[in-house]
Ligand binder design. Structure first.
Ligand code: FAD
Length: 389
């Protein structure tokens, strides 16, 4: 039931990764906030589920992300302290280290080295023999190298979303789950009206954080977003020790042809998660994703594992469909909605945005207060909103 007499300080559309962080930031300011989601907290239909997400600083995609990654590590650390009030709660962030492998002139290796150099980050360089000795799982060709970021690691993605929502609710945020936003509008006085399938809500400000469903909520603003279905897969492997307890790190490998695969140590007895960062199946909406097992994506991952990993037998124990919302240049969009100073959005996180969620959520709220920061300039719409053909 909607209560049209209530005017919230802020409505946040979508409380997945970025939306839950925005809710937390807005509620911490003391604003009255309403979060609206077509599903509910920490669900598995969008982009923020599947046990783990890598967090790293030496950013191969662009050195401009490094200051944001530094802030993200701090913010997850702070949230972890608040969330882990008892020791039986799992850590949000686990610093296993991240080993990235490929040719010395590959995009990943060059990008990591360049970001580390620009920002004075600590990375260790490994020869193929050093990789094989330290991590016998890997069968690395002689022309590959490794760069190891010791403080990188993984986030427990659903737990992170739940922790941010919990902080928001503690500070007074209201939630409307199973409400689908159909449209929004701003009147001449600047009042925002949000129409859902179950009622109408009003606010002074609006955050749009709708992940794979962003395009229909961005009206005439065509950012050229494209959706890719990605399969997450967990394997049990014989004869290797790839568990968290054995100090096995996260890894990412770029093949000679540019294809990229990544993985995590086995946690919670689910098996080792291995997925492809390149590739994916284009879809026009997250609702169109076939959530059954995609044999083609599985076959590509198995082929990668056969080529680069040593193990006996492997068994697929779990899989889960997820969506990348790609921007034309692979960088996020985070900005004010053109023409409205009280409407902001984040979209097109292009398969690498979760680690930044608290940073993006807090910046969206800053933007609503009229505060821009130059370190986000490269993520503004500018002239980037051109559809790719
Ligand atoms: C397989 C996979 C692996 C990834 N690996 C990494 C990684 O290792 N490291 C990393 O940093 N990032 C990674 N990413 C990217 C990262 O997970 C995403 O960029 C991030 O989670 C996206 O968050 P979001 O808030 O934009 O979207 P979501 O978390 O999907 O949230 C959008 C929310 O909006 C809601 N919504 C949408 N439309 C409406 C509507 N009309 N009305 C109401 N609610 C609505 C949805 O229900 C959803 O809850 C990965 C992504 C995938 C899919």
């Amino acid at each position: 039931m909607s209560d049209q007499s209530t005017v919230y300080d802020c409505i946040v559309v979508g409380y997945g990764g970025v939306g839950s962080a925005s809710l937390m930031a807005a509620a911490q300011k003391g604003w009255s906030v309403l979060g609206i989601d077509r599903f509910g907290p920490a669900h598995d239909r969008g982009s923020s589920h599947g046990q783990t997400r890598i967090i790293r600083r030496a950013y191969f995609e662009h050195p401009n992300y490094v200051p944001l990654a530094n802030r993200a590590f701090e913010m997850w650390g702070e949230l972890n302290k608040r969330h882990r009030t008892s020791l039986d709660k799992k850590e949000l962030l686990t610093q296993t280290g991240l080993l990235q492998m490929g040719r010395e002139d590959s995009d990943v290796i060059q990008g990591v080295v360049s970001s580390a150099k620009t920002h004075g980050l600590t990375i260790e360089h490994f020869t193929p023999d050093e990789i094989r000795q330290r991590l016998p799982l890997f069968k690395i060709p002689d022309h590959f190298v490794g760069v190891f970021e010791p403080n990188a690691g993984f986030l427990r993605v659903e737990l992170c979303v739940a922790a941010m929502i919990q902080q928001a609710v503690k500070n007074g945020a209201e939630l409307k789950s199973n409400h689908c936003v159909q449209s929004w509008d701003v009147d001449q006085q600047g009042l925002v009206t949000v129409e859902t399938n179950r009622g109408v809500y009003r606010a002074r400000r609006l955050v749009i954080a709708a992940g794979g469903w962003s395009a229909p909520l961005l009206g005439n603003l065509d950012l050229g977003l494209q959706l890719l279905h990605k399969q997450q897969q967990w394997f049990q492997l014989d004869r290797v020790d790839q568990k968290l307890e054995s100090q096995f790190p996260c890894f990412l490998l770029e093949e000679d042809n540019g294809d990229c695969f990544y993985g995590f140590p086995e946690i919670d007895y689910l098996g080792m998660k291995v997925c492809e960062h390149s590739g994916g199946v284009p879809v026009s909406s997250p609702a169109d994703i076939d959530r059954g097992l995609d044999e083609t994506q599985l076959m590509r991952t198995r082929q990668f594992m056969r080529e680069y990993c040593n193990y006996g037998k492997s068994r697929l124990v779990h899989h889960s469909a997820c969506v990348y919302t790609m921007s034309p240049d692979g960088h996020f969009f985070i900005d004010r909605y053109p023409g409205f100073s009280n409407v902001v959005f984040a979209a097109g996180l292009s398969g690498h945005g979760f680690k930044f969620a608290p940073v993006l959520g807090s910046y969206l709220v800053d933007l609503l207060e009229g505060n821009q920061a130059s370190e986000f300039d490269f993520l503004k719409i500018g002239d980037r909103a051109k559809p790719s053909n």
